[in-house]
Design a binder for this molecule. Sequence first.
Ligand SMILES: O=C(O)COP(=O)(O)O
Ligand SMILES: [Mg+2]
Length: 234
Amino acid sequence: MTSRKAPILSAPLVIFDLDGTMIDTAHDLIDSLNYTIAARDLAPVTFEDLTHLVGQGARVMIRRAFALREQPIDDSEVESLLERFLGHYKEHMPGKSRAYDGLEACLDRLQAAGYAAAVCTNKMEELALPLLEKLSLTSRFSAITGGDTFAVRKPDAAHILGTIERAGALPARSIMIGDSINDIMAARNAGVPSIGVTFGYSDVPVAELKPDHVISHFDELTPELVSGLLAHRN
Ligand SMILES: O=C(O)COP(=O)(O)O
Ligand SMILES: [Mg+2]
């Protein structure tokens, strides 16, 4: 981790979750997971299943798929199936994964208004970094952190706070945008406002997680919305 001190007038920071928030990765996650669990003859999972499985990275997703099918799995098998998952996912990347409608225009708008952007995802770095690169998004962000960047991950506050520090920003001038309970809880734990998106992979309607604001399209994510939420933070 850098020990860089944030300058007093650092840009306010909008922190994005990746899977189900910036990028629609569901099709490729399901494909690679089904390829992985087929090695143990487990029945394929659906999008509806994915909303219960995704959120804590690939290792947990594999474990949850076995729990869903009521099949035991030991630690060494998780590790070998993780390798199978990673190999398949990387080989097909970016597959059908695409930025959600309006994301790039939203990033342009925020940047023009003097906002910085960062990524805080529970996806492993070795998947998140090349995926963003293949979608030509890497240069948009002051920091990109994954589920294995720090000793803890979302919903732990330290994942968001570490991302803010790497971006050279301040918690009091940062906001988190995400699709799932991990994002909204991590923001709450870190004391930063949150925006929930309705189009992601939450297993409950995102409004039930009580983010500070809900959007259903990136057209709604404006500098005015962000500055208003930052001004009214508790
Ligand atoms: O891949 C996951 O399990 C979660 O990824 P996310 O934090 O970007 O939603
Ligand atoms: Mg997500």
